[in-house]
Design a protein around this ligand. Structure first.
Ligand code: NDP
Length: 294
């Protein structure tokens, strides 16, 4: 939006719609840059702010944002669960995985919480795995990202999902919460030693926090050398090519990095807020630009 149009909006209205990203710590989160790039390319007047919220001040902060009629926003760690309490409505995904990362103000002034992390991941995966419904998916991790992903895989109706996590109680809880939501066979497996990936046609998803900002760190897995038709995905987006993806590539797997998921969850939010599809390639480039500064 050019300066003249923006000045006209300021003096004559309507004022620019406002969006937020709240978290703690939130410095280093590139979402604002990605969203502003998307808004600018659409010629949309929305303004996006990154706001540090103290962990014990979520309640007054969120009431303030809602009272000031923010049009929506993103929620990041550690507030994805706690924020549920303050919203009028939850989507099926948010309620199933018990976490919200995207908030939208509806026309009637009420606020709905959604979880677009898993949806963003699913979009990236379906693009390169059109036969996903017939596959078995092994997901490593049972935290927020894993839970959002397993929820969407089950809602999408993949044949089978096995959750593998360091703390078995966390994977049990994740699977039990989702039991019966679809025909997907959901299970969990212990992870006591090196996990051996040796089945053809698998999809494996690294959804733990291992590898974030640590290019050499990798979860305890080994890939067989003669794998066929295996897709390996990582949710970690910095570095983009993680040690897990490097290992998978060496074993002949097709790989999917975490940047696609990050872009897609943001693009889904922009669509919810503006009704329009943003330019995902531009959004990805904006993230690469931001990470180059790290
Ligand atoms: P959580 O803290 O909720 O969960 C962390 C998970 O990692 C848990 O399952 C934990 O296991 C596991 N874990 C941690 N350390 C180890 C270890 N040393 N060995 C094995 N497992 C380990 O984090 P989130 O789920 O919110 O985030 C996970 C990652 O996903 C982060 O890197 C985050 O940046 C990324 N992410 C990416 C997104 C994207 O768009 N690409 C979106 C959202 C998140 P345990 O249960 O045993 O503690």
């Amino acid at each position: 939006m050019d300066r003249k149009t923006s000045l006209q909006a300021l003096m004559k209205g309507p004022l620019a719609p406002l969006y937020f990203c709240i978290g703690s710590p939130v410095v280093g989160n590139p979402t604002q840059h990605m969203m502003e790039t998307a808004f600018d390319a659409l010629g949309y007047s929305g303004r996006y702010l990154t706001i540090e919220v103290e962990p014990d001040e979520l309640e007054p902060s969120i009431w303030g944002l809602l009272a000031m009629h923010f049009s929506g926003g993103n929620v990041t760690a550690p507030f994805k669960q706690e924020v549920l309490t303050y919203l009028d409505e939850l989507t099926e995904s948010a309620s199933l995985c018990d976490a919200v990362n995207c908030i939208t103000r509806k026309e009637d002034g009420t606020y709905v919480g959604d979880n677009t992390d898993g949806k963003g991941f699913l979009q990236s995966l379906v693009e390169i795995t059109p036969d996903l419904k017939k596959r078995k998916v092994v997901v490593f991790g049972s935290g927020g990202a894993a839970s959002a992903i397993v929820t969407e895989l089950a809602l999408y109706g993949v044949r089978e999902v096995a959750v593998v996590n360091r703390t078995l109680a966390h994977s049990k809880k994740l699977v039990n919460n989702l039991e019966g939501i679809s025909k997907t066979v959901l299970g969990y497996e212990p992870w006591e030693r090196t996990y051996q990936i040796r089945e053809n046609d698998l999809v494996v998803v690294q959804a733990t926090s291992v590898g974030l900002f640590e290019p050499e760190a990798c979860i305890n897995v080994a890939f067989a050398s003669d794998l066929h038709n295996v897709v390996a995905c990582d949710v970690v987006f910095n570095p983009v090519e993680t040690a897990f993806l490097k290992k998978a590539k060496l074993a002949g797997c097709q790989t999917l990095d975490g940047l696609g998921m990050l872009v897609n969850q943001g693009a889904i939010a922009v669509k919810l807020w503006t009704g329009r599809d943003p330019d995902r390639a531009l959004m990805r480039a904006s993230l690469e630009e931001a990470f180059a500064l790290c």
